[in-house]
Design a protein around this ligand. Structure first.
Ligand SMILES: Nc1ncnc2c1ncn2[C@@H]1O[C@H](COP(=O)(O)OP(=O)(O)OP(=O)(O)O)[C@@H](O)[C@H]1O
Ligand SMILES: [Mg+2]
Length: 237
């Protein structure tokens, strides 16, 4: 999915928290959104995912206005603390497929594939309230990927996850991107992760896009002094 953002602003009680003139996310890319706490990352992700509305400006998917079409048919958002349905792991993964009218055969194939690739096979019948935090995150990812979205939006998907599970999730994202062409946007504070997983990086500061480009290049040699200070570990105030 290709995404185009033009003159996007968001205000809360008259205070502007997002102000992006121009941003294009190309089809098939994995993009990291980086920035300090309160920079507007989640707000931007929620607007792209159509869970929140902008104050002014436009978000377009290819040539369609996201606001006018049915974005949920083509994209999905995974929250930092995902909400799973109080039933089994496999019923959570199959839920979006049943909504979309997939056959039982196709649903079974997809659940088998996703649970195998994410190491969830033994947990298929487990009730979701008996899962660990890392398992919850993996089930939420499997559910989000189930219907092969064109765009996957992730808000700090590995913030509280151990390195081994983080690795599993990162490998899954790379695989899905490569094999199914899913565009992915990840909000993350984990700069090595941005370098490992993402080919593009955008840096937000106080709601403005101050640097964008190739993730490896920006992390090695940021042009903007605020980006440089952030990457070097300084707090932006
Ligand atoms: N519903 C809301 N009402 C009022 N202000 C809000 C609301 N949601 C977010 N904000 C404000 O908008 C700004 C951007 O918030 P946002 O959650 O997008 O930041 P973020 O970059 O995701 O931060 P973090 O890294 O802490 O998750 C912050 O100043 C926040 O307080
Ligand atoms: Mg946030």
């Amino acid at each position: 999915m290709k995404l185009k953002i033009e003159n996007l602003t968001k205000e809360y009680s008259g205070k502007k928290v997002l102000d992006i003139e121009n941003l294009v996310i190309e089809q098939g890319t994995i993009t990291a959104i980086i920035g300090a706490n309160g920079a507007g990352k989640t707000t931007l992700l929620n607007i792209i995912g159509n869970l929140d509305s902008q104050t002014t400006g436009k978000v377009s998917y290819m040539d369609h206005d996201l606001i006018k079409t049915n974005p949920r048919a083509a994209m999905t958002l995974v929250f930092q603390n995902p909400y799973l349905i109080s039933t089994t792991v496999e019923k959570n993964i199959s839920y979006p497929l049943k909504l979309r009218g997939w056959s039982s055969f196709d649903i079974e194939e997809r659940i088998s594939q996703l649970t195998r690739e994410l190491g969830l096979e033994k947990l298929r019948k487990r009730k979701t309230w008996k899962l660990s935090g890392g398992e919850v995150q993996k089930v939420a990812l499997a559910r989000a990927l189930s219907f092969r979205p064109g765009l996957l939006l992730l808000d700090e998907p590995t913030a509280n996850i151990d390195p081994a599970t983080t690795g599993e999730i990162e490998r899954m994202l790379a695989k899905i991107n490569k094999e199914e062409g899913t565009s992915i946007i990840i909000v993350t504070h984990n700069l090595p992760q941005a370098k490992r997983v993402c080919n593009k990086l955008i840096f937000l500061n106080k709601g403005k896009l101050i640097e964008e480009g190739n993730s490896g290049e920006i992390l090695k040699n940021p042009v903007n002094s605020l980006t440089r200070r952030f990457i070097e570990g300084e707090l932006l105030v």
